[in-house]
Ligand binder design. Structure first.
Ligand SMILES: Nc1nc2c(ncn2[C@@H]2O[C@H](COP(=O)(O)OP(=O)(O)OP(=O)(O)O)[C@@H](O)[C@H]2O)c(=O)[nH]1
Ligand SMILES: [Mg+2]
Length: 268
């Protein structure tokens, strides 16, 4: 679809620097940026501004790995917003996927989250993805390069995205860096559909039947299984009781994902 307005989704784990990036790009000082370990952005928030007479909207999203809300509620928020805007004919020009590089190792949680993002986007959208590593300002250049190339070489991280056209562009937390990244999308005069948008439209809005929903379901099942094994080993202890509580919460969420087709978060 041809477009004059530019719509860009900004996704990434909590604390990746999504809201800071949008603040740098737009000059907005009133956006809620996190200064402690708790995740900050709680809603999908579109921030609109103008570049050379063109309307640009950067869509801020709550980060997964949220310290206050479940992955399900965040996925539902993002999926709802994408489904609703898709139905209104507001399609994306592209996606900025932010990833902090400050972890010493490539963690299982980063790989799982990256897979969830890929399931949301779908392979056809990779050519419109800018992967923006952040938090490398405290690293020496060699370390930053090493962490980037490790992720680019692995198919289960950025490798498959890069081979299908995604580009990796470091963001330095500076205005110029944010502006340069946004300007990349101005060159596109067509839009892109996300896999989750197509799937939700085709299946009548059932998140559980989307690729991202199925991936989350599998993750929850694997976590429940792991916790159940731990409970068996810790029988009778206080820790076992705590783990049983976690299992009960996860099982309830899994039921919610599978059964409550009508369950929706309200997005203003
Ligand atoms: N060193 C460094 N700090 C950054 C960078 N970008 C953001 N920060 C800091 O990281 C913290 C989290 O930034 P946010 O912009 O709130 O992160 P977010 O991705 O919006 O997080 P959620 O809203 O929780 O999903 C803030 O203290 C920022 O000042 C960066 O590139 N380098
Ligand atoms: Mg934020």
């Amino acid at each position: 679809m041809a477009t004059s307005d530019i719509l860009i989704a900004v996704i990434g784990v909590t604390g990746a620097g999504k809201t800071s990036f949008i603040s740098r790009a737009t000059g907005r000082q009133d956006l809620l940026i996190g200064y402690d370990i708790d995740s900050c952005t709680q809603q999908v928030i579109p921030v609109t501004y103008s570049i050379n007479g063109r309307t640009v909207t950067l869509i801020d999203t709550p980060g997964f790995d949220d310290s206050q809300r479940s992955e399900l509620s965040i996925l539902q928020l993002v999926a709802d917003y994408m489904e609703r805007t898709y139905a209104e004919g507001k399609l994306l020009s592209g996606i900025i996927m932010m990833q902090p590089l400050n972890e010493t190792r490539l963690t299982g949680s980063e790989r799982t989250r990256t897979t969830l993002f890929k399931k949301l986007l779908g392979e056809d959208a990779y050519q419109r993805v800018v992967i923006a590593p952040t938090m490398w300002d405290h690293l020496d250049d060699n370390t930053a390069r090493l962490r980037e190339s490790q992720r680019m070489q692995r198919e289960d991280v950025w490798g498959d995205m890069v081979s299908r056209g995604a580009v990796v562009v470091r963001h330095s937390d500076a205005v110029q860096s944010a502006t340069d990244i946004v300007h990349r999308f101005l060159a596109f005069d067509t839009t892109v559909e996300l896999l989750v948008q197509r799937e939700l439209t085709q299946n009548g809005g059932q998140l559980a039947l989307t690729s991202a929903g199925k991936h989350l379901d599998q993750n929850m099942a694997a976590t429940i299984q792991k916790l159940t094994q731990q409970v068996e080993q810790l029988q009778g202890s206080i820790e076992a009781a705590e783990l049983r509580g976690k299992i009960a919460v996860l099982e309830a969420e899994q039921r919610m994902l599978r059964e409550r087709r009508w369950w929706r978060c309200v997005v203003m």
